[in-house]
Write a protein that binds this ligand. Sequence first.
Ligand code: ADP
Ligand code: MG
Length: 700
Amino acid sequence: MPQTSKSSIKSNTNEKPAKKKAETVSVAERVARMGLINDWDFVLHLPLRYEDETRITRICDLKAGDWAQIQGTVISSRTQGGRFMQLIASVSDGTANIEIRFLHFYPKMRERFKSGTLLRLSGQVQQQPVQFGGGLQMLHPKIKDPITDTSELPSTLTPVYPAGEHITQTWLRKRIDRAMLDVDLTDIVPASFTQSLSLPTLRDALKSLHHPSPGADYEAYSERRTPEWRRLKFDELLAQQLTLRYAREVKSELQAPRLLGTHGNLREKLTASLPFSLTGAQKRVLVEIYTDLAQNAPMNRLVQGDVGCGKTIVAALSALQAVDSGYQAALMAPTEILAEQHYLKLKPLLEPLGVKVVLLTGSLRTKEKVLRQDMVASGQSQVVIGTHALIQDAVKFHKLGLAIVDEQHRFGVEQRLKLRNAVQEGTLPHLLMLSATPIPRTLAMSYLADIDVSVIDELPPGRTPIVTTLISMDRTAEVTSAVQRAVSSGSQVYWVCPLIEDSEKSDLTAATLRRDALQQELPGCRVALVHGAMSAEEKQSIMNAFSSGEVDILVATTVIEVGVDVPNASVMIIEHAERFGLSQLHQLRGRVGRGSKKSFCLLLYAPNLSEVGKERLSVIRSSTDGFEIARQDLRLRGPGEFMGAKQSGAPLLRFADLDTDVELLDAARQAAQTWLTTDPKSALQHARRWFAGSGNFLQA
Ligand code: ADP
Ligand code: MG
């Protein structure tokens, strides 16, 4: 077992939590959000890249642009600047001097940079701007201390892992090294499969991937071309192939009603009544759905389309296909706001056609709820819209033909299964899932159990692009005046406050404080606050006020994340953007740019954001393509964020790339077939281990 670098116990000052509050979420919770829960998850959390801390570069040999590790003595240090104080030090190793600069720092760092202290520093070497002297500098280097002249250097390359904010590399390295010791890494895959591909054992592969020896082909490792990488890709593809094969066998036994749509022509009537015509992509996806619905095998289809592409109307038309076949349809949304919005939008479209729509949410009074449940049970109501309340045991459907789950990534696998498992006379309803959280194509293809994916890859015409800007929270005052200008020009603004920790209460504090501040600073603007702890009626009345233009600035917790549609809102401010997942930011941003006004999204980040953090946010700035954003998020954060991967039991391909690893895929496909016939027990054991933690892995 390669040793961890003992010297790095207190490194990475610039990755420490900015605020005390943020610390109240435990590290374990934060990594769990990245999908890192059990030892096996950690073992499979592989480095993004490596840093070579096995040697020290002489300062006189440094060149701008290099990543390097130096060791030297502090010659002098000083602080500079007014409100935003910098710490600047000059460090010498006898061959030359270099300037070290921290744009923000903790008080105790002055102590660490006292003259005469011996330090080991690593980071990117930069050319200083001329106004700062024009020499070489290191900005926010990593500090190894305390050290002495004889402190040992690590003997292997140092891994840099994908990490969310407030999770230090040091912590991850230790945790992963421990997991490597605790997990049983014995091969389950028969050697006959791996030897013919000249792949190392799993244990050897993982050891080298986490800690390559200094002589390793650095580039091949970074590009995932080494036999070690190929071994992991193979095991992953094999597990995937086994799972898919197995799921297909199970699925072929299930029955669903054929929804042929021959009882009426509601679909045509609705299409004719719309003020717009469907986009080509919407039409194409609808044909795919109608085709599935006409089969007697249950549909299991995910419609994926970027925010604003018009998934709701696709859902409505699919529901009418069920009604036209004499069946009911149910539409389940993750929040009350969204369920009510769907209801308010669909009711006026459907009721003139004679389709009775009811809304079922948790906050209804018991009497009213029972009344509505009866309408569902008797079949009086054909389209049922609701939240989780739809899947409570008290809800019995008369004849459910189609279950639709909006924003499906927000639901756990259990909830989705429960809606679909409302068995009708021995058959299952068809299942249609909608999601704007884009899954990279490779992940979608491996997403379990024969989920078919339709993509709406076209936005309705007339949308204007959104300009995205990253701004440090130091400059909130400027943002506030920009908001004022936007409001004076007739725009409406969303201001989203961050998730500080997993409790609605402290979310609320941040949002309430922001509302108060805005009210005080912008007395001419009408500011309102909406948050998850409000009652459904309160939320709805505030959303209505915003929709109708009675509110200029809507301060919100993430309750507005999904689905909300107010075309006149053209400015989106997201505070502490670094605390959100990229796909989540993309969704939030999608709340604007829905009308014809030029739209803006300002991402405010904590001033001491880490390098990886900045890299992540710049992805959002430079791309409006949800797929590309999701792909980059996967690269920088690991797979945990996608589709609630861990809870959904989706076996995601995180190592193999279906485009480039075709040869391995073929080998895995063949191996899966052989293995399932010769030794199904260990074959499934391999699949289960690989997708460990995702207990439902064969059902999702
Ligand atoms: P999402 O896919 O994010 O759920 P919505 O279904 O909320 O998007 O649609 C966003 C907006 O676009 C809605 O106001 C909807 O009425 C409108 N819309 C949907 N399809 C079209 C279309 N083909 N042409 C014009 N507008 C459309
Ligand atoms: Mg939607």
